[in-house]
Design a binder for this molecule. Sequence first.
Ligand code: ZN
Length: 245
Amino acid sequence: MIIDSHVHFEQDRLDEIVAFARVSEIDKLCISTLGTHSYIPAPTREEIIVCNNATLMAMESYPDVFVGFCYLNPNDGCEALREMDRCLERGMKGVKLWIASKASSREVAQIAEHAMEHGVPLLQHSSNKTTGNSEFGSNSSDVVILAERFPKLTIIMAHLGGNGYRGVADVEKHTNIFIDTSGGEPTVGITEHAVNTLGAERILFGSDVPGRSFDVQIGKIFGAGIKDSEKDLILCGNMKRILKL
Ligand SMILES: [Zn+2]
């Protein structure tokens, strides 16, 4: 089995996404939507509900394929926690945070604590851009602050490609941080470096479709000079454990 830990979707292209995933022999997709028409960095409460309802509908259409992650705006305070409860009660298995608030902020801490109490992973957008992040975009140092506050929370730091060697070095000591392999095109040596530094147990296959494509992104694992047993963990075993499948 192959599980993609990081996928977005457009509501009217569900069938297409599932068909493409099947071509790459990917069985399960962890999905969230950051906007049903275009991505919304700081969504209103109403927009959040529309996004999550689209995810719930997708889960209903393909219950064996889609695993829902709820998209939240941490600045919504208690409303965000209520929305998390609504989504988890309806079968979602994780939380996705994008760029409305930094991972090191008090607002995200509130979300993180709630996710930890529910035993669900937090997929946190992060990158170390040489040109600088967006105002409330997180980098790997922000994710480390979050991990130190909540050592029992499972944090998936998105984008090995975007966090790079610095990101791997930053999170090394924080064993509750996993990294997904999304971000950029395949780069020689980075998957091997992450596996050698963190252990394959902490790396998750993630494509970040539709920003990227399944077949190119999966090449980061299939083409890496690592053991088959390590590839199995990255492609499936680790995420199975995190999602308690
Ligand atoms: Zn994403």
